[in-house]
Design a protein around this ligand. Structure first.
Ligand code: HEC
Length: 137
């Protein structure tokens, strides 16, 4: 194999590495599984369930969440059209199957277009989860 050939080979290897890096970046922006740490998942909702906390949560959602998640929590708010990934459908099994602790952590930390809601009082974040539960199909 001549010197020219091995130079061509090195170029090929470099190009391959660049493609691999680009592939990894694309995978990261496609946003895969979103999972809360185990300790967060285990957290229990300190607010008692019931009509009062559902009402409170509904008000929190109306103020902060419906623009994206829609008036019925189906992920079809006015701002949803422009977003990828789409705002979650709160009535979906995937969301309802998560623990209160996991939802609380995700609502508090956010991801991508989903803003972090850490600034809301803890009681409002837990109340909105009671409201979410009331939407279960
Ligand atoms: C600016 C738009 C926007 C607003 C406002 C918003 N969300 Fe979201 N939300 C999103 C998007 C987008 C996702 C999907 C994020 C992803 O999968 O990476 C999401 C996902 C979620 C999820 C699903 C988490 C999971 O398990 O996949 C929950 C629960 C949620 N939002 C709750 C709320 C609550 C509660 C509020 C109001 C306090 C709120 N969101 C306000 C855009 C928004």
């Amino acid at each position: 194999m001549g010197a020219a050939m091995s130079k061509w080979m090195r170029g090929l290897v470099a190009a391959g590495a660049a493609v691999a890096v680009m592939g990894a970046a694309a995978a990261a922006s496609a946003q895969g599984a979103w999972t809360a740490p185990e300790a967060e998942k285990a957290k229990k909702n300190p607010l008692p369930a019931g009509a009062k906390s559902v009402e409170q949560g509904k008000r929190v959602a109306a103020t902060n969440c419906v623009t994206c998640h829609g008036p019925d929590g189906k992920g079809n708010g006015a701002a949803a059209m422009a977003l990828t990934p789409k705002p979650a459908d709160w009535t979906a099994k995937k969301i309802q199957d998560e623990t209160d602790g996991e939802l609380y952590w995700k609502i508090s930390t956010g991801r991508g277009a989903m803003p972090p809601w850490r600034h809301l009082p803890e009681s409002e974040r837990w109340a909105v989860i009671h409201y979410l539960r009331s939407l279960k199909k």
